[in-house]
Design a protein around this ligand. Structure first.
Ligand SMILES: [Zn+2]
Length: 207
């Protein structure tokens, strides 16, 4: 009888542990980007005339490099999954037509950096970095952190950008108003390629 209770207890403990583990990035298989799914958005935006767009890349974890250490973002470059990039450029084009500029503060984030950030900021004001729903979308190259400014540099209400994002296939979040998920993000792989490697590869890749 006692043995049955112990077994039941162990099963409950193991299932709780399993579900907790499923919520962490460790659960996911990291992949190299062998199919070149990630693209340098600035390159396709300037190479392709149909994408006559203008936006600013100002990555937070590149700018805050000094406080994080040398292993965080090593380039101020926006990489996204190629499908997400297409949607993103449609968003930028529409924002430009309305006279606004999109400032992008985060895009693709290698899985090893997401894991490191989650460990560093498990508590405190940056604990939202541990939010795996948002973090994993970044590791798939399928999330953007961004906001809009007008010609005078004044920040525009979130609702304006949220509406345009929704229209072009992104999901906005009330609790994280700079974060937008590609609605197809779950279809893409969690990737673990460094910025240095992506830049090296982008030099020889024709999109
Ligand atoms: Zn985000």
């Amino acid at each position: 009888m006692n043995y049955c209770y112990v077994r039941l207890f162990m099963i409950v403990i193991l299932s709780v542990f399993d579900s907790l583990q499923a919520q962490t990035l460790n659960h996911y298989h990291y992949e190299d980007d062998e199919d070149n799914e990630l693209v340098d958005v600035s390159i396709i935006a300037s190479d392709d005339l149909p994408y006559d767009v203008d936006f600013t890349v100002d990555l937070t974890y590149y700018n805050e490099l000094a406080s994080f250490g040398s292993s965080f973002y090593t380039h101020n470059k926006l990489f996204l999954h190629k499908n997400t990039a297409r949607k993103f450029l449609s968003v930028v084009r529409e924002c430009n037509k309305q006279g606004y500029r999109l400032i992008v503060t985060d895009g693709y984030r290698p899985a090893y950096l997401q894991k490191k950030m989650a460990e560093l900021f498990s508590i405190g004001e940056k604990s939202s970095l541990c939010n795996d729903v948002h973090g994993q979308s970044h590791t798939r190259g399928a999330a953007i952190d961004a906001y809009l400014i007008d010609k005078n540099g004044v920040r525009i209400d979130w609702e304006v950008l949220a509406f345009v994002m929704l229209k072009h296939g992104f999901t906005p979040f009330f609790d994280d108003k700079t974060h937008f998920n590609d609605c197809d993000s779950d279809l893409y792989k969690v990737l673990n390629v460094s910025f240095d490697e992506l830049v090296r590869r982008a030099d020889g890749v024709v999109y």
